[in-house]
Write a protein that binds this ligand. Structure first.
Ligand SMILES: [Fe+2]
Length: 280
């Protein structure tokens, strides 16, 4: 039996991805987002994944995310141009996309956020794995982050994360800001009407993880608890953090990013290390 091609073993896919990445590499931060002529197969992947995700969002995503997604109304029948989605988000929340060839380093990514710009890829995952991608692709960036960024409240949190990273000088502080970003804007939950609902881009853009996130060990959102756990971005999350409400997310995480610096983060991490030492 012939093996199915995957991202790692398909030279055609690799060449296509490199071709789209090259457009972003040639694009300066203030240049217009390049146009990509998507293939029929890419339009089919987009339509398949978007259709499945939108149906799941109605039952599994937070109200703030759903309302923003409704306002943004990302086309589902085929891959939209990133520039068009960016213009729409900008009119809703002031955020815009910047074309990225691949995952960008966290400090560079955050410098974009502080400037109300989100680095988004323009390539799609391999057609043989429509419901899984190891790396962020345009479905993750646009359906996951883009929908959230259409909300003024989420957009403000993204901006605060960017500004916090810009203030951080030590690697430990930057890593902790990245961890808070991971457990909130990538994988965060909010309790609504007695149920866990997702707003984190990694979960809301993954059909597989939408099926599994309620099986995770779900903790109340507290920075001290978050400091005590590790995470692995390459698999479904076994530990997640849930806010009581959008207000609590803003009070806890928004206020932290708004005021944190190397000293406050160092004190928070020292407190969590002391608690870990006390565990028998
Ligand atoms: Fe992401």
């Amino acid at each position: 039996m012939q093996e199915q091609s995957t991202e790692a073993s398909d030279p055609y896919y690799e060449a296509r991805r490199a071709e789209i990445a090259a457009l972003a590499e040639r694009c300066g931060p203030d240049d217009p987002i390049p146009t990509v002529e998507y293939t029929e197969q890419e339009h089919e992947v987009w339509q398949l994944v978007c259709g499945k995700l939108s149906a799941r969002h109605r039952s599994d995503a937070t109200t703030e995310f759903l309302d923003a997604a409704e306002c943004l109304a990302i086309p589902q029948e085929g891959v939209p141009q990133l520039r068009d989605v960016s213009g729409r988000i900008e009119s809703l929340s002031g955020f815009r996309f910047r074309s990225a060839p691949a995952l960008v380093p966290f400090r560079q990514f955050c410098s974009g956020l502080a400037d109300s710009a989100f680095h988004s890829t323009q390539y799609l995952r391999h057609p043989n794995t429509p419901f899984y991608t190891a790396d962020p692709d345009m479905l993750h960036d646009v359906v996951g982050h883009g929908n959230a960024l259409a909300s003024k409240r989420f957009a403000h949190l993204y901006r605060l994360a960017g500004e916090a990273a810009a203030r951080a000088e030590s690697e430990a502080a930057l890593q902790f800001i990245a961890k808070v970003f991971w457990f909130t804007l990538e994988c965060g939950l909010i309790r609504e009407r007695g149920e866990s609902k997702a707003y984190g881009a990694t979960i809301v853009s993954s059909y597989g993880e939408l099926n599994h996130f309620r099986d995770a060990d779900i903790h109340p959102l507290k920075l001290e608890s978050l400091a005590e756990v590790d995470y692995d971005i390459s698999t479904y999350q076994s530990i997640l953090f849930e806010a009581d409400s959008m207000n609590q997310l803003e009070d806890t995480v928004g206020s932290f990013w708004d005021t944190c610096d190397d000293n406050t983060i160092e004190a928070l991490l020292a407190g969590s290390a002391a608690r870990l030492v006390q565990v028998p």
